[in-house]
Design a protein around this ligand. Structure first.
Ligand code: CMP
Length: 149
């Protein structure tokens, strides 16, 4: 197993539903540590930069309008196999296709309002983490075991 980091965003729909804590519990129960966190509104230009990879997709405009509707909860997760583990916890992009018990199946209503974003590869994770967090604000816990306290 490799210790990885991944970027996670709780989107405006899930923040408005008041389920940040329930989603954080799922990360923690799966062994993922929250090593950076920030609540923020995205400006339109930052949303367009963050999702630039999708800029030619037909859903790009709706995606940007949705992501600037309200505050986001943005975090870095660290742990064994964190990228794939987080994607399993999230479930399929379209909540109608997401497995029962996943975050999107439980908290999302549509492919646009799909509750959560997570990096899809090591390369994307590095870029997405750097987009939101300077390294000095990322507090690795890899050398801290619960037996320390
Ligand atoms: P996310 O994981 O944040 O990455 C891009 C987002 O675009 C995705 O979640 C969805 O919310 C949104 N989206 C809307 N339509 C589609 C689509 N057909 N395929 C992929 N993503 C889509």
């Amino acid at each position: 197993m490799t210790i990885e980091r991944t970027l996670s965003i709780i989107k405006p729909d899930a923040v408005a539903k008041n389920v940040i804590g329930q989603i954080y519990s799922r990360f923690e129960n799966a062994g993922l540590k929250i090593i950076a966190a920030n609540m923020a509104y995205l400006s339109r230009s930052d949303a367009e930069k963050f999702y630039v990879i999708h800029k030619n997709q037909p859903f790009f405009k709706d995606l940007i309008e949705f992501m600037i509707l309200g505050p986001l909860m943005i975090q870095v997760l660290e742990g064994d196999d964190a990228i794939a583990k987080n994607r399993r916890l999230m479930g399929a992009t379209d909540p109608k296709k997401a497995e029962t018990g996943t975050i999107r199946a439980d908290f999302a209503v549509s492919i646009d309002a799909n509750a959560i974003h997570g990096s899809d590869s090591q390369e994307t994770a590095a870029t997405e983490i750097a987009f939101f967090f300077p390294e000095i604000n990322v507090y690795s816990q890899r050398n801290v075991s619960s037996g320390t306290f």
